[in-house]
Write a protein that binds this ligand. Structure first.
Ligand code: NDP
Ligand code: OXD
Length: 315
């Protein structure tokens, strides 16, 4: 007798349309599985696998048979803040298409700043026709904080474009044509001479507030900052002070402690800031659903979930 696979619970805090688009994509990628949501009135005692996207706190309680969780997000900082989270492995999204999208987003941001497009946007608002010298990429040092899935792809693309790239991670990572630094002792050298700093760290107790005054002071004067990690990496008051004094040139921010960024937030109107609405690397439903489907198929065959995040490290 063939065993009917247990239902897979999809739990998100997405709007109804987006959640059903995900459900459809997941169902298409794994036609032999049944994807359910809490609203379907499923017997929670049967659920062995949950697929999540920023689930509301408490929504993964009362799942006694839960074996593991697959997140549709790369970053797991929000989920880990839920104290009711069951003690099961959490697998995060690792998708080459996401890393490629991030690398493109980082290259776009860095080239934008490198070619002074933020300066020309400000000039346009004043109808000012003024040319600035163009510097070669080879002389421009870019620092990348975090050399994981996102950071390695981004650093590699920046190096291919000809920038002088250096990166920082917890353990030493090899990326062709990128000077790599690691650990607390590698932090200061990783910032030395950096004119454009890109943050691609996960948010953990150790990395919270990493973009602060002491960090900015180690960069080249007038350096630019790109924050594509998480909002809480940035100490906003330190950023504003550094922009106002000219210690920093410009900041390109994609992530915020509160998203959407409230309409009355001071960052919206700061002339030294470009705001992006969390679009550095949008998740592709098709590729992500295929990756999740493959992980679940392997679990059905072997009974083992894919490699999980380290909850103690926080990523
Ligand atoms: P990974 O886990 O693959 O990489 C994390 C990197 O950060 C690793 O190189 C890790 O070092 C390094 N790191 C972690 N903690 C420290 C520390 N204390 N000191 C030094 N280095 C540290 O994550 P991803 O690259 O997949 O994603 C990174 C983050 O990007 C996500 O957590 C998310 O916040 C953000 N993100 C943003 C998106 C957007 O659209 N804005 C989209 C997707 C992700 P080591 O290599 O030694 O482990
Ligand atoms: C993610 C993100 O973590 O989009 O996947 O920020």
């Amino acid at each position: 007798m063939t065993r009917v696979p247990s239902p897979i619970l999809l739990v998100t805090s997405l709007c109804a349309d987006e959640q059903s688009a995900w459900r459809e994509a997941l169902a298409l990628a794994m036609p032999g599985e049944t994807i359910v949501t809490a609203e379907d009135g499923v017997d929670r005692g049967l659920v062995e696998v949950a697929i999540i996207a920023n689930p509301p706190p408490g929504s993964l309680r009362d799942l006694p048979a839960l074996d593991w969780i697959h997140s549709l997000w790369a970053g797991v900082d929000k989920i880990l803040q839920d104290d009711t989270l069951p003690d099961t492995p959490i697998v995060r999204l690792v998708d080459p298409a996401l890393a490629q999208a991030m690398a493109e987003g980082v290259a776009a941001a860095v080239l934008h700043l490198h070619r002074d497009l933020h300066v020309y946007a400000a000039q346009q608002s004043r109808k000012e026709w003024r040319q600035h010298p163009v510097r070669p990429v080879a002389g421009r040092r870019v620092g990348v904080l975090g050399l994981g899935e996102m950071g390695r792809a981004s650093a590699a693309l920046l190096a291919t474009l000809g920038f002088d790239v250096q990166g920082w991670s917890r353990s030493r990572r090899e990326v062709a044509k990128v000077r790599a630094f690691a650990g607390p002792e590698g932090f200061a050298p990783a910032l030395e001479g950096v004119e454009i700093l890109v943050n691609l760290l996960p948010l953990t107790p150790e990395t919270r507030g990493v973009l602060r005054r002491e960090t900015f002071e180690r960069l080249a004067p007038g350096a630019h900052v790109v924050n594509f990690g998480r909002g809480a990496h940035l100490v906003e008051a330190d950023l504003i002070e550094a922009l106002n004094t000219g210690r920093l040139g410009h900041a390109m921010l994609d992530v915020f402690e509160q998203e959407p960024l409230p309409k009355d937030h001071r960052l919206w109107s700061h002339p030294g800031v470009t705001i992006l609405p969390h679009v550095a690397a949008p998740t592709s439903r098709a590729t992500a659903a295929a990756i999740v489907a493959e992980a679940i198929a392997a679990f059905r065959r072997t009974g083992r979930p894919p490699p999980a995040i380290d909850r103690h490290r926080g990523y």
